[in-house]
Design a protein around this ligand. Structure first.
Ligand SMILES: CC(C)(COP(=O)(O)OP(=O)(O)OC[C@H]1O[C@@H](n2cnc3c(N)ncnc32)[C@H](O)[C@@H]1OP(=O)(O)O)[C@@H](O)C(=O)NCCC(=O)NCCS
Length: 271
C-alpha cells in the first residue's frame, strides 16, 4: 500500500478503466488530488497496481472517500478491504469526525464493503442534467461573502437533506462548509428577488457547472448558471439533490433537465 506518485499514474488509470469503464476522471483530477489533504493510495499485488482509493479531508474536517477502484480480475480478494484499512488509518491521523462516501443505489459490493467498516446509509439522491439554456443573464447576481454564507444557506439545509453536491462530492451543510463554498466563489445571491444559488465545480470545470442549491427565482438562477457555464466553457448543467426534494425535481423537469442514471446514496460513519 503506497501513495500513487506520478510513476504509478498509468497503472492507476488502468485500474480505473478496468473497474469503471464508463466513469473515468482520474486523469483530469490527479494534479488536483495532489493539492488536497489525504492520500490517493495504491494497493499492489507484487509490482502490479491492482486498486486505488482516495481520502480527501473536506472543509469541515470530515473524510470524503472517493475513487475507490479495484481491477476487475482482483475484485473480491480483499483489496478493497485493505484500501478501507488505509482510509481508517488516515481518518485517525487527520482526526476526521465523520467519514462519508457515495455510491450507486444498486452498487451492492461498494455498499457491502462500506458496511464492513461501520458506514451506514445516510440519504438518497438523484442527478439531473441539461444542455445550457438559450437565454443567459447575470444581472444583479453577486458572490456571497464567507461571513454571510451560513446565515443565507442554513434555512435550506433540511430541504437538501443536509448536503450540497458538486462533481458527486457530497458536502455536508454546516458552517465550515458554507464558509468553504463562499471562499471558493460558489455561493451567489440576487438580493432584489431573494434568490440564492450554490453553483460551480470542484473539478473538471469544463465538463459541467453544478447547481447544488437554487431557491427564489429559479428561472433567473438558471439564466445566471447558464452564463457562468458559458464563461467557464462548461458544456452542461448538473443538479444532484435529495430524493425527497420533489419541488426541485418538478422544476428541473419543466426546465428541460433529465435524469439518465440511477439514484445514488450517501453512507457515513460518525467516529
Ligand atoms: C467495490 C469494490 C471497490 C470492492 O473491492 P473488493 O476488493 O472487490 O472488495 P473486497 O474483496 O475487499 O471485499 C471485502 C468485503 O466487502 C464485502 N463485499 C465486497 N464485494 C461484495 C459483493 N459483490 N457482494 C457482497 N459483499 C461484498 C464483503 O463483505 C467482503 O468480504 P468477504 O469477501 O470476506 O465476504 C470493487 O468491487 C470495485 O472496484 N468495484 C467497481 C468500482 C466501484 O463500484 N467502486 C465504488 C464506487 S463508489
Amino acid at each position: 500500500m503506497k501513495p500513487v506518485t506520478p510513476e504509478f499514474l498509468a497503472g492507476a488509470l488502468r485500474v480505473e478503466k478496468s473497474a469503471m469503464p464508463n466513469h473515468c476522471y482520474l486523469s483530469d483530477v490527479y494534479e488536483y488530488y495532489l493539492t488536497t489533504r489525504g492520500e490517493l493510495t495504491g494497493a499492489f499485488a507484487g509490482d502490479r497496481l491492482v486498486g486505488i482509493g482516495k481520502l480527501t479531508v473536506l472543509w469541515d474536517g470530515s473524510g470524503w472517500l472517493e475513487t475507490l477502484r479495484v481491477e476487475r480480475e482482483w475484485q473480491r480478494k480483499g483489496v478493497g478491504r485493505a484500501l478501507y484499512g488505509r482510509y481508517m488509518e488516515q481518518a485517525q491521523q487527520y482526526g476526521c469526525p465523520y467519514l462519508r462516501m457515495y455510491t450507486g443505489a444498486d452498487n451492492v459490493s461498494s455498499a457491502a464493503l462500506a458496511r464492513v467498516f461501520g458506514l451506514s446509509k445516510a440519504a438518497q439522491f438523484r442527478e439531473y442534467s441539461a444542455a445550457l439554456p438559450q437565454e443567459t443573464d447575470g444581472t444583479g447576481f453577486a458572490p456571497v461573502s464567507e461571513e454571510d454564507a451560513f446565515a443565507l444557506l442554513s434555512p435550506w439545509f433540511e430541504k437538501y437533506n443536509g448536503y450540497v453536491v458538486m462533481n458527486r462530492t457530497y458536502y455536508r451543510l454546516n458552517e465550515a462548509t458554507c464558509r468553504g463554498l463562499a471562499q471558493n466563489g460558489r455561493v451567489w445571491r440576487h438580493a432584489p428577488s431573494g434568490t440564492v444559488m450554490v453553483a460551480g465545480a470542484r473539478f473538471q470545470p469544463q465538463k459541467a457547472l453544478h447547481i447544488a442549491l437554487l431557491e427564489g427565482d429559479r428561472q433567473a438562477g438558471l439564466r445566471f448558471a447558464g452564463l457562468l457555464a458559458q464563461q467557464r466553457g462548461a458544456g452542461r448543467l448538473t443538479c444532484n439533490f435529495a430524493l425527497e426534494n420533489r419541488d426541485l425535481e418538478q422544476w428541473l423537469q419543466s426546465a428541460g433537465f433529465s435524469a439518465p442514471g440511477g439514484d445514488l446514496i450517501t453512507m457515513e460513519l460518525k467516529r
